[in-house]
Design a protein around this ligand. Structure first.
Ligand code: FSX
Ligand code: SF4
Ligand code: F3S
Length: 391
């Protein structure tokens, strides 16, 4: 075993004691983070070595206009190691919610941490920044949010916006936006890494920080500053209800037969088809299967997506972004599970802007999805659902 591997192994043993978690759980978590970020084989070992080495980057965490849900979701994660790991991986030198100190004392701690870690600290911004009337609607320690953000960003090694509020304005920026809420990137005048979501998934934040710690840089981002590993796919692409969408089986009302059977929530306003995030893939809260909005029976409201979440009405239909064949679907009045007429599918596919070939592909798919309901084998689902209404 090389010297480095021995050192890393010793560090992991120390980390086991520090966090009270098994070596196996820790290595599993590192492997999960590597997989979440789509890193190549071997990256999990590099992550484990970096996290266990205890080179903790100083983190200054700012709070502006928000509900503190980002911090809450991070620290209330069910996974026993997550909170401990975050607080172990970073040196949290300023955080208004978690600090016991207050007033001048805590502002002095922030300035000291910034001075001692000049050019190296990670600045995390939670919450939107009110820009109207010279920013007077949010002041901390006598400073406006605008001034505080600019001061802290000036000497930071990297700046990350956590949550939709700091990423694109989020809930506080909803019309008529009386305080002129803006994103951290807008105030700083540049694209910065954003981890949107209201709240964002704690694993996406942890993975981003661990990437910074392991490789000395933040992960690759898209044109909106979102890490590609987490925001490059539409929710609709990985949704467990997608087969129902493709087959034209929709819940029409909360609590109806379709809703109870787990059918697609598109007709209830699900914004999965126009929202980029990895929610269906990594879930929330570590409480098992289906622990994400759509999994629990609520349509996605598009909380990660500017112009969708808190902007588009909850029950408005999502725009279908893909024009690939599965996006053609039969009218809801067709008999479910017994196939759709080519014409009916073609009409809807045409309206959705899908290719003409969608009709044939959809009809083909429908032939594969007829499953007799277990409680009443032998009967078609269509006969059991007279309450389905014309859309
Ligand atoms: Fe709240 Fe964070 Fe939403 Fe905003 O999350 S969960 S309002 S994104 O800044 O605290
Ligand atoms: Fe899932 Fe929503 Fe797409 Fe339906 S519309 S498949 S519920 S993401
Ligand atoms: Fe938000 Fe939709 Fe995911 S509401 S948490 S982007 S499923």
């Amino acid at each position: 075993m090389s010297e480095n591997k021995v050192k890393s192994s010793e560090n992991i043993a120390m980390l086991e004691n520090r966090l009270g978690i098994s070596r196996r759980s820790f290595l599993q978590l590192c492997a999960a983070m590597a997989a979440t970020m789509g890193l190549p084989p071997g990256a999990d070992a590099a992550i484990a070595a970096a996290v266990a080495s205890k080179k903790r980057p100083s983190v200054i965490w700012l709070h502006f206009q928000e509900c503190t849900g980002c911090t809450e979701s991070l620290l209330r994660a069910e996974h026993p190691t997550l909170e401990k790991l975050i607080l172990d991986v970073i040196s949290l030198d300023y955080h208004e919610t978690l600090f016991a100190a207050a007033g001048h004392q805590v502002e002095a701690a922030r300035r000291l941490a910034m001075k001692e870690n000049k050019g190296k600290y990670l600045l995390v911004v939670e919450g939107a920044i009110p820009t109207k009337d010279k920013g007077i609607y949010c002041k901390i320690g006598g400073q406006t949010a605008i001034d505080m953000l600019k001061e802290c960003a000036a000497d930071a090694g990297a700046v990350v916006a956590i949550g939709s509020c700091s990423s694109w304005g989020g809930m506080p920026s909803t019309g008529p936006n009386p305080t002129g809420s803006s994103s951290a990137g807008e105030v700083l005048g540049k694209v910065i890494p954003n981890i949107p979501g209201c709240p964002p998934n704690p694993y996406n934040f942890l993975s981003t920080v661990v990437h910074f710690l392991t490789f000395g840089k933040l992960p690759e981002v898209d044109h909106l500053g979102r890490p590609k590993f987490a925001y490059s796919r539409l929710i609709h692409e990985n949704c467990e209800r997608r087969a129902h969408f493709d087959a034209g089986r929709f819940a029409m009302e909360f609590g109806d037969v379709g809703h109870r059977k787990g059918y697609c929530l598109y007709k209830l306003g699900c914004k999965g088809p126009e929202t980029y995030a990895n929610c269906p893939a990594i879930l929330f809260g570590d409480v098992g299967n289906a622990s994400w909005p759509v999994g629990t029976g609520h349509p996605c409201i598009g909380c990660t997506e500017k112009g969708i979440g808190f902007t588009k009405p909850i029950h408005a239909l999502a725009d279908l972004k893909n024009v690939t064949p599965p996006l053609g679907f039969p009218r809801i009045v067709e008999e479910q599970g017994s196939g759709a007429t080519i014409a009916s599918v073609a009409v809807v596919a045409g309206a959705a802007g899908a290719a003409v070939g969608a009709a044939a592909a959809m009809a083909h798919n429908l032939g594969k999805v007829t499953v007799p309901p277990p409680e009443n084998p032998g009967k078609s689902e269509a006969k059991k659902e007279p309450e389905r209404a014309e859309p």
